[in-house]
Write a protein that binds this ligand. Structure first.
Ligand code: NAD
Ligand code: MG
Length: 391
């Protein structure tokens, strides 16, 4: 029996992980969620969790009422989520969305747990801090993002020094085939439909803008320690190949699988072994073909920004992610247009780049959170200007 905690259990990653965990072999320590208290409570009862935590203090009463007499300990708030992550466990799955996942990630590795990381923002905002904290504690971090799990699997038995390049694939998102001129008018509902993957609303919109792929390029850089110029993105509409690793002898190892997150999650849950997973098997003959194309920088400006972030280093990842989260909030609330998201993020990066404190600050959690706050404020200012300009 592995002791496991699942952060963000009510989300898209969380539900996929719940499905695998529910099949047995695990003792559930803590589950955390947000406003979906009814679902969190039923998960906690079904999996006999020791503890259930909502990240919102105002949801405490309802969660406590629903779990009264169940024997499940109840807590609420951001601190409680981080404490839940630090509870003794063999494995902590982090499926929280956004920079809010960082503190729980750090708490989990500090406590020595193996961290199965879906929350890519942890690595984007504070990759060097997270990886160093894990190293010091002797903790392992396993990738759960499908592309990174694919790279990780292609690297089994290989030397990193033999790696020439890493290619991660992208579906191209909801607007891959739209005329460029139409993007300005795209709505959040249109952006939130994904051609191949069933995911949370935020990451699905980020797929349409390729901000998700931008985060993933940075995630690959931080997790595998690969130089930015060795990381490539290819549009691959079938989403069958998740990533490829190119070696110094010209060989490329590709990872293929059905677009189902239970594959990458299950790989991390069973690591270092492989175990049968209830995922669809690929029928390549039925698929018939695999297409690849280079992404058009005019359609996906977010991708270029990722390389600027890596060139800048330091706290720029936290700035980039925070500005992106604020811009995404603005787009979902219909305050700015689809194309404005990249403009807002670029403007915020430009203003933050001149902050000398940003360039000199060490990467501590406090400094990361401060850079995050400043970037959100500047992004909101940039959005207000955009709104004025467009009337
Ligand atoms: P989601 O919105 O479906 O679920 C997010 C979960 O986090 C929910 O349980 C929610 O209650 C919780 N949460 C929200 N705000 C929180 C906060 N401030 N503090 C603590 N918990 C909070 O998101 P998702 O699509 O499952 O994505 C989760 C993470 O996994 C993201 O980082 C995403 O980029 C990554 N990811 C997701 C997929 C996917 O298929 N959905 C694939 C690869 C990577
Ligand atoms: Mg991914």
């Amino acid at each position: 029996m592995k002791r496991i905690s699942l952060l963000g259990s009510t989300g898209s990653i969380g539900e996929s992980a719940m499905d695998l965990i529910g099949r047995g072999g695990f003792e559930v320590v803590a589950l955390t969620g947000g406003r979906n208290v009814a679902r969190l409570a039923s998960q906690a009862v079904a999996l006999k969790a020791d503890m259930a935590v909502t990240c919102f203090t105002e949801c405490y009463q309802e969660l406590a009422a629903r779990l009264k007499g169940s024997g499940v300990t109840v807590a609420a708030g951001a601190d409680a989520v981080a404490q839940a992550a630090a509870r003794p466990a063999d494995l902590v799955v982090n499926g929280i969305v956004g920079a809010a996942g960082l503190r729980p990630s750090l708490a989990a590795v500090k406590a020595g747990a193996t961290l199965a990381l879906a929350n890519k923002e942890s690595l984007v905002c504070a990759g060097p801090l997270l990886m160093a904290t894990a190293r010091e504690a002797g903790a392992t971090v396993l990738p759960v993002d499908s592309e990174h799990s694919a790279v990780f699997q292609a690297l089994v038995g290989e030397e990193m020094s033999a790696v020439e390049r890493v290619v991660i694939t992208a579906s191209g998102g909801a607007f891959r085939d739209w005329p460029l001129a139409a993007l300005a008018e795209a709505t959040p509902e249109q952006a939130a439909t994904h051609p191949n993957w069933e995911m949370g609303q935020r990451i699905t919109i980020d797929s349409a803008s390729m901000f998700n792929k931008a985060l993933e390029v940075i995630e690959a850089h931080e997790f595998f320690g690969i130089a930015p110029e060795r990381i490539e993105v290819l549009i691959h509409p079938q989403s069958a190949v998740h990533a490829l690793v190119g070696f110094c002898d010209g060989a490329m190892m590709a990872h293929l699988g059905a677009p189902d997150m239970r594959h990458a999650i299950g790989y991390a849950l069973n690591w270092p072994a492989r175990a049968p997973l209830p995922v669809e098997r690929l029928d390549l003959a039925a698929l018939g073909r695999l297409d690849f194309a280079a992404p058009d920088p005019a359609r996906y400006p977010a991708l270029g920004l990722a390389y600027e972030v890596m060139a800048a280093g330091g706290l720029m990842g936290a700035v980039f992610n925070a500005a992106k989260e604020a811009a995404l909030d603005g787009f979902i609330a219909r305050r700015i247009g689809f194309n404005d998201m990249a403009r807002v993020v670029e403007a915020t990066m430009g203003r933050m780049a001149s902050q000398t404190s940003l360039n000199n600050d060490m990467m501590t959690l406090d400094n990361v959170l401060q850079a995050d706050q400043m970037a959100r404020e500047l992004a909101r200012e940039a959005m207000a200007k955009t709104q004025e300009a467009t009337g």
